[in-house]
Write a protein that binds this ligand. Structure first.
Ligand code: 1GP
Length: 240
């Protein structure tokens, strides 16, 4: 799979946590994902230790949706995904997550360059301390400081990162604020991904409207798979 058109148009990704997505739950969710033509399946997580390869195998049996590795740490590194996000946590100042892990991973990734997408990963504090913030030992950008998010995103684009990801964190109390998404959209031209705490179809509509290209849904779809269908319907309207 080529990554130079990733993501194409407005897109929806379903995030599957290898620790939670199993058995019948996984089958049901993937049936829905297939039916509504979900664009991508993301897999990874802040605390996931292993199980990514098994989950990828299972997904491949049940679906042909492209699989994107969204690694929470180096232990999750696998070459079996179709796309591998090379995340730089540019809102933080943890050198391991800015460059250290990349140095360790680079020799393993050098033969699959066509799968790699470098991402400026930006944490936004959306009301609570999320696992990604705690585990990464970084401080998220306050949600009422869009100018800091904008400056960070511009810096990421200037450094040559191919995508900006605004992350509220899994289970965030609120999604990334709309005015912050709009401000970032107006200042960078690379694809914009938004995820974390998105729970309603109205959230999905507003976030696409604000300029996101790709919306990532995790927890809320596990609890309410109907949201995935609704999100894909909204995506289809935006594509018309
Ligand atoms: C992906 O971390 C998110 O960016 C997923 O968050 O589980 O809250 O949807 P949720």
């Amino acid at each position: 799979m080529k990554t130079n058109n990733f993501p194409h148009k407005k897109s929806i990704a379903l995030l599957l946590d290898p620790d939670k997505a199993k058995g019948e739950t996984l089958r049901e969710l993937l049936n829905i994902a297939n039916d509504c033509k979900t664009d991508y399946i993301f897999t990874g997580g802040s605390l996931t230790f292993n199980g990514i390869d098994n989950l990828i195998d299972e997904i491949r049996h049940l679906s042909s949706i492209p699989i994107v590795l969204f690694p929470g740490n180096l232990l999750q590194l696998t070459l079996n995904a179709d796309i591998i996000l090379l995340l730089s946590l540019i809102s933080g100042r943890n050198p391991e997550l800015l460059i250290g892990n990349h140095v360790v991973a680079a020799p393993h990734l050098k033969d699959v360059r066509e799968k790699l997408v470098s991402v400026g990963y930006i944490l936004i504090n959306c009301g609570n301390t999320t696992s990604v913030e705690y585990i990464s030992q970084t401080e998220a950008i306050p949600s009422d400081k869009p100018e800091i998010a904008v400056a960070t995103a511009i810096a990421g684009e200037m450094l040559g990162l191919r995508m900006i990801y605004l992350e509220g964190g899994s289970g965030a109390v609120n999604p990334v604020p709309i005015n912050l998404i709009e401000a970032v959209r107006q200042n960078v031209s690379v694809p914009l991904v938004v995820g974390g705490g998105i729970r309603t179809k109205n959230d999905v509509k507003e976030i696409f409207n604000a300029g996101a290209d790709l919306i990532v849904l995790g927890n809320s779809c596990e609890k309410n798979p109907e949201l995935l269908k609704e999100a894909c319907r909204i995506r289809d309207k935006f594509r018309k």
